[in-house]
Design a protein around this ligand. Structure first.
Ligand SMILES: Nc1ncnc2c1ncn2[C@@H]1O[C@H](COP(=O)(O)OP(=O)(O)OP(=O)(O)O)[C@@H](O)[C@H]1O
Ligand SMILES: [Mg+2]
Length: 452
């Protein structure tokens, strides 16, 4: 049985109400309208709506009250607020209060249409996404993350995912996308630390031909590629300040301008950002713009470190081993109980990714039947940090700069070794940006490499 979708429009200005009702009608949506909070509450209690659009300022209250009322009494009904142009704070507080999205005045059809379509999709019964991405674990922190992901998937609010390296930030971002009304749209992940600074603007927004010397065709940017879907800004702390301003405008106005273009175009992109760094600290020290921080961090999802959910380690280890053996088409060895004890005790600075790496290495080293403590190579690793700070310095007759260079080289090589030469991950382990690592590598003559 298909029922015509219906919308409740709440605005005290007759003109806007009528315009919205008419526009929605043309989209095949029946609407009722209300001019104040009280009427709206009454109509909500009577009707079965698929969406509510409400103005922020109403004669007897504000849109936020209505958003909260809907959250409490009609949970599951998507509500979007209409905010005055330039009142970014309103949009942010509405999203925090549970609004699924917002529109800025003057209302443009190009923004209304995708918003309404997204809202209607939320009411469709969701078939479990056809892939095997899952967040493994039964500990209470991971259960909380799972239920948060479900909630976030029903909203268009920007989400900021924090958490240590390898704790599953990207996995969480993908799951939010796959469970959202945008699931059929693209999911584009960008490592902000890996984009060359001088090309950043054209990478994000695209360029018109000729705008960049030597170009003979237009090129779309990351935002256009992510249109209708989700843009995952990974390592967002690595964005240079100049780019932060431009990004803020794009997010706030939902509009972008290609390099060399005079026109702006609308974009419909949900932003999820992440970094393993402490963004609020960076903001306090002036390295990250406060306004962008508040825009990105409307809702924060914290990924717990693996050592905070030790009880998940056996389940994770078994699952990871199974997946790997299946992929490599090899028999699944037993995980010895001593080995499991050691795995449970290890602190995992690199979290789940490190556990994955340890297990893959163990699979290669073990006798094929049982993974033993020795195969994990963990004792040595835990006992031999890259540089021991407690040992007396013995520069072995080297001049200080050479000695320091040696230490740096060792630390870098160690990090590369531990991450199987994945520079992005190695940079994180070392606590430097991808750009910095690349620079240090070439400076130390560790040179040209495969995965730039
Ligand atoms: N709860 C989990 N269940 C299953 N696999 C997980 C879980 N958490 C993380 N992983 C796996 O661990 C690896 C690292 O996860 P992911 O790339 O999402 O981490 P990250 O937080 O983005 O790391 P980084 O800070 O290094 O970018 C991936 O292979 C991911 O699938
Ligand atoms: Mg990541």
């Amino acid at each position: 049985m298909t029922k015509k979708p219906s919308c409740l429009v709440v605005d005290d200005e007759t003109d806007i109400r009528e315009l919205l009702v008419l526009t929605l009608e043309r989209m095949g949506i029946a609407s009722d309208s209300a001019a104040n909070v009280d009427d709206a509450k009454f109509m909500l209690s009577k009707g079965q709506y698929s969406l509510c659009l409400t103005d922020m300022r109403l004669p007897d209250g504000n849109g936020l009250d209505l958003v909260k009322h809907i959250g409490n009494h009609h949970s599951g009904l998507p509500v979007a607020v209409i905010t005055a142009y330039g009142s970014a704070e309103n949009a942010v507080s509405a999203l925090k209060a549970g609004a699924f999205d917002y529109l800025t005045k003057p209302i443009s059809l190009n923004q209304l249409r995708p918003l309404v379509q997204s809202a209607l999709k939320l009411n469709e019964s969701v078939a479990a996404p056809a892939n095997d991405l899952t967040l493994i674990g039964e500990s209470s922190p991971i259960k909380q993350v799972r239920s948060m992901i479900e909630k976030l998937a029903r909203s268009q609010a920007p989400v900021y995912i924090s958490g240590e390296s390898g704790s599953g930030k990207e996995l969480a971002a993908r799951l939010i996308h796959l469970n959202s009304s945008r699931r059929e749209g693209p999911f584009i992940a960008v490592n902000c630390g890996a984009l060359p600074e001088n090309l950043m603007e054209s990478e994000f927004f695209g360029y018109k031909k000729g705008a960049i010397p030597g170009t003979d065709h237009d090129k779309v940017g990351i935002f256009q590629a992510a249109n209708g879907g989700t843009l995952f800004l990974d390592e967002v702390a690595d964005l240079p300040l100049a780019m932060q301003v431009k990004l803020l405008r794009a997010i706030q106005d939902k509009k972008i301008r290609m390099v060399g273009d005079t026109h702006e175009e609308n974009i419909d992109v949900r932003i999820i950002s992440a970094t393993h760094r402490n963004l609020s600290q960076m903001m306090e020290s002036g390295k990250f713009r406060q306004d962008l921080y508040y825009r990105l961090n409307v809702i924060e999802l914290k990924m717990p470190a693996l050592r905070e959910r030790q009880e998940d380690i056996p389940l994770l280890a078994r699952n990871l081993l199974e997946t790997h053996c299946k992929q490599a088409d090899m028999p699944l060895p037993r995980l010895g109980s001593d080995a499991l004890d050691v795995l449970k005790q290890y602190p995992y600075p690199g979290n789940v990714r490190e556990l994955e790496n340890i297990l893959e290495r163990a699979l290669a080293l073990c006798d094929g039947k049982t993974i033993t403590t020795d195969d994990l190579l963990l004792e040595q690793e835990a006992l031999t940090p890259a540089v021991s700070m407690t040992e007396p310095v013995d520069s072995k007759g080297l001049a200080l700069p050479d000695y320091l260079e040696n230490i740096e080289k060792t630390a870098i090589l160690n990090a590369l070794e531990r991450t199987r030469h994945n520079k992005t991950e190695a940079a994180k382990l070392l606590g430097v940006s991808f750009r910095t690592l690349r620079y240090r590598l070439s400076k130390l003559g560790l040179g040209k490499d495969q995965d730039d």
